[in-house]
Design a protein around this ligand. Sequence first.
Ligand SMILES: Cc1ncc(COP(=O)(O)O)c(C=O)c1O
Length: 404
Amino acid sequence: MTSEEPGFAARTGRLESPATIAMAVRARALRAEGHEVLSLALGEPDFATPRAVIEAAHRAALDGQTKYPPVDGTPALKSAIARKFARENGLEYALSEIMVSNGGKQVIFNAFMATIDAGDEVVIPAPYWVSYPLAARLFGGVPVIAECREEDGFRLTAPALEAAMSARTRWVVLNFPSNPTGAVMGLADLEAVAEVLRRYPQAWILSDEIYEHLVFDGARHHSLAAVAPDLAARILTVNGVSKSYAMTGWRVGYAGGPERLIRMMTRIQGNATSGICSVAQAAAAAALDGPASLIAEMRDTYARRRTMVVEALRAIPGVTCAMPEGAFYAYPGIAGCLGRTSRGGQVVRTDEDFARALLDEQHVACVHGSAFGLGPYLRLSCATSDDVLREACARIAEFVAGLR
Ligand SMILES: Cc1ncc(COP(=O)(O)O)c(C=O)c1O
């Protein structure tokens, strides 16, 4: 027997906890102390899952759909996904080109695990969803950032992408509408990006379209694989029901892509977690086959809240805020608030200092932009009630007024 404690694998050294979750944990601790904390930290719809969707799950359970499902998804859900891709995205995927996972998150883990070797580069436009670089690093990948600037509406430009590409690029990750900025790529933007991608035939392309339905003011979402069908053999189109249908807890995500990639991802999933909860799959099929009105009401509510929040933020001296075209976040710039000291005596040099002091002193939880790869900004989730949003903006204004 040795006195050493059992240890961890070297790869866990690359495994950080996402800043989004860290803020939620801190907010929960303050709440446990009795403070009224307003949480704008997590990207989780505040709506209930539509009733018809819940009823479909109930029926499936009573009908005996309670056994191990196929690893790549039930035929019923995969067929609903194929119809959805054809109807909404102009994409014709065969069932062998579709798989279902525990959320979009597991789709991405499967894909990276199947393809990334140590030293492979993963090009990620910033600001990005925190999980992309974390997942890439876990498998030995090296994130390479392509900056999306506020002057460009936070869209990815061809020159910014080109500057990040190399002979070692294994993946290019696109996420539009974007978490955290809400940027939407127009047709011409995607065509310019596709032109760059054509020059790097060794790179897979992940198009994460999970916020596709949440686009506002007449903006339109386009699927990359439909805009550039010649690249479809390299594109993994990722989606899920979490955001569009208020189904985060059901854990259903899915992907369409080349059969050989889907097959390898399915092999990994079969060894890791097997198929996805059968009842949740029945629910997801009902959501995808359900009426468009399931989505429209939630989308309109997010659009209205976004306008309310952006206008309230713009009225705060030192804060700027672009109007997001999609998703359900606001991404205000706070450069004009830095280098000062809060009422509680905290020095606010960075956006992270700002977010921490705001939580400690005004009990508003949000996430600093630098956690998403571009500061000094904050990400505020608008997927919460009007009252909470209004009060949170008032507290942010109060916090900024107290900076000296
Ligand atoms: C951009 C993006 N992609 C994918 C996901 C994954 O969502 P889920 O695993 O719930 O499908 C999220 C969730 O926050 C997200 O913001």
